[in-house]
Design a protein around this ligand. Structure first.
Ligand code: SAH
Ligand code: AVI
Length: 333
């Protein structure tokens, strides 16, 4: 007896030198000036992706399980309402929770294609291979790409639903977020859908605890970004002398995750032809994680022509999944 093995198609949309060139640009733009910052996409090398996976299992980190709860309750409704035959997933990581959605789409017989998209190539290839094996008859086409740059080159076959889970949209700043939503809407045909996961504003102590876990996994995840700069650009950050400082920013309603050097450091970053002096106590912003209100999500989506069909929350009201449809008259396929 022979067993058919389905290999996923993998398209690498990133140039071979993308990681280094993009990192050089970001380092020059973000680290050379005060206040200093780095883009969160550099958090996800292989080690960073494993650390994020560990975060999702921490008792303090509620978003993953809350979103899983909503998907468990609503996946069938989402499949029917969207009528999609192609599921595109942005920032897919392990696509672990996504299986709940894929199961619902598969059980109505409508699932033809799954297109996971992530900058982290190793984890993406692994997830694509696993899903290809688990969902016989479904074409899996993984794209190694940046969702802030490559939306328009994503495969467009079938009627699509673009899912963006985990609250990753909250890691973009408001300007990047608006730009991202505009491009997302522009790449969809009228009648195609978006499913957006967002963490909601809530009791402050629980939010802060989710980003300041007792085992220090989040601190190591955030510090890992400087290890990436050291490795890729031959830099000499003394990573262990940085402490992790997660702030709640009440005005912006977001977590602001920073690293603070406890001693002065002269840092050479030869790969970016840059040297910087950090004073003791100086901070580098590594990531923000915005928390949302349902009304705000609705108005940001409708501002770009994405009409909200429905927002669902988990029972505790911690997290929201919002289904929206691209406005306009659908073209027959
Ligand atoms: N969707 C998963 C993973 C979230 S972690 C979940 O809900 O658990 C965020 C994921 O987005 C990581 O896998 C990271 O590699 C990816 N990512 C971050 N910035 C990205 C970008 N600009 N383009 C594509 N993927 C990105
Ligand atoms: C991927 N993203 C939604 C996570 C978040 O909660 O903002 C990243 C993260 N950073 C620290 N912990 C988790």
């Amino acid at each position: 007896m022979t067993t058919e093995v389905c290999e996923p198609v993998v398209t690498v949309a990133l140039d071979p030198g993308w990681a280094v060139a993009g990192l050089v640009d970001d380092v020059r733009r973000g680290l050379a000036q005060v206040p200093r910052s780095l883009s969160p996409k550099w958090l996800y090398d292989d080690r960073g992706s494993l650390l994020f996976d560990a975060i999702t299992r921490l008792p303090e980190y509620y978003p993953t399980e809350r979103e899983r709860e909503i998907l468990g309750a609503r996946a069938g409704e989402i499949a029917r309402a969207s009528g999609a035959t192609t599921v595109v997933e942005l920032g897919s990581g392990t696509s672990d929770k996504t299986r709940t959605l894929l199961d619902a789409f598969a059980s109505t017989g409508q699932l033809e294609r799954f297109i996971p998209v992530d900058v982290s190539e190793g984890i993406l290839r692994q997830a694509a291979a696993d899903i290809s094996r688990e969902y016989a008859g479904v074409t899996v086409h993984a794209v190694v790409g940046d969702f802030t740059q490559h939306l328009e080159i994503l495969p467009a076959e079938g009627r699509r639903i673009v899912v963006f889970l985990g609250g990753t949209i909250g890691n973009l700043d408001p300007h990047e977020r608006a730009q991202f939503l505009r491009s997302l809407s522009a790449t969809l045909d009228p009648g195609e859908s978006v499913l957006l996961g967002t963490d909601l504003v809530k009791d402050l102590d629980r939010v802060v605890a989710a980003y300041d876990d007792s085992q220090g996994v989040t601190a190591e995840f955030v510090r890992n970004s400087l290890r990436v700069v050291n490795r890729e650009l031959d830099a000499d950050f003394d990573v262990d002398s940085f402490s992790y400082v997660p702030y709640w920013d009440p005005r912006e309603e977001r977590m602001d995750l920073r690293l603070r050097t406890e001693k002065p450091q002269h840092v050479c970053i030869p790969g970016a032809e840059l040297e910087i002096d950090l004073a003791a106590g100086e901070e580098i912003r590594i990531e923000i994680s915005s928390k949302f209100r349902i009304e705000g999500i609705r108005s940001e989506l409708s501002a770009v022509g994405l009409d909200v069909v429905e927002s669902w929350t988990d029972e505790a009201g911690d997290f929201a999944l919002t289904l929206a449809v691209r406005a306009g008259v659908p073209t027959p396929r």
